[in-house]
Design a protein around this ligand. Sequence first.
Ligand SMILES: Nc1ncnc2c1ncn2[C@@H]1O[C@H](COP(=O)(O)OP(=O)(O)O)[C@@H](O)[C@H]1O
Ligand SMILES: [Mg+2]
Length: 208
Amino acid sequence: MAPWTPVALPPGLVASRRTRIVGRRYELAVMETVWESVEQGDGQVLLLGGEPGAGKTRLAAEVACALHEQGAAVLVGTATRDAGVPYQPFVEMLDHLFRSSAPGTLDELLDGSATELRRLSRHVDRHLPDAVERGEPAGDGRRDLFEAVAGLLRRMARDRPLVVVLDDLHWGQLPTVALLEHLVHSCVDSRTLVLATFRTTRRTGRRS
Ligand SMILES: Nc1ncnc2c1ncn2[C@@H]1O[C@H](COP(=O)(O)OP(=O)(O)O)[C@@H](O)[C@H]1O
Ligand SMILES: [Mg+2]
């Protein structure tokens, strides 16, 4: 079985990096220090807060692309105001991971968690051998799902450092934030950097 390789970065992230970044030397230096800890196995969380247009996404893109070029795996998910899908940023990043990787290459990484992860991405099945039964999840839905996602990230981070970018987290619904919280605890001793951006201005137009 071919080993998995980091998937290409989402086009939106690459596009936002087309123009040269101005300034941000301090922030980039901080990120470099944080990344050194990540590489030594200390999971880290970086929260980038600011007003709309302040440059949060641009800075996250700069960091994610640079780390990707250094060999890190990068997963990217964006929360939106009108999310119609539960766990939307995680659905986005897992869809991209499973769809962009050559069929079958993530079978070992899945390590039995396909049934749970199918709740988030229907592209999981591309990586299962034909003979594997496509069962329905059973048991405690949320806890099992959270553990399945955490297990996948931990296994990924064993092979190469991992960056999880969550853009516009201020739009994230409660289940998304709960999953993120679980991941932060679960990945504390793995080579994982969670890089989340959020608005510091008041939210308006939220339905709940
Ligand atoms: N440091 C920077 N250097 C150059 N362009 C920047 C920088 N920060 C932001 N921009 C540009 O400003 C615009 C808004 O930035 P963006 O990252 O989308 O803001 P936010 O995510 O905080 O709403 C984008 O076109 C982006 O490319
Ligand atoms: Mg943004």
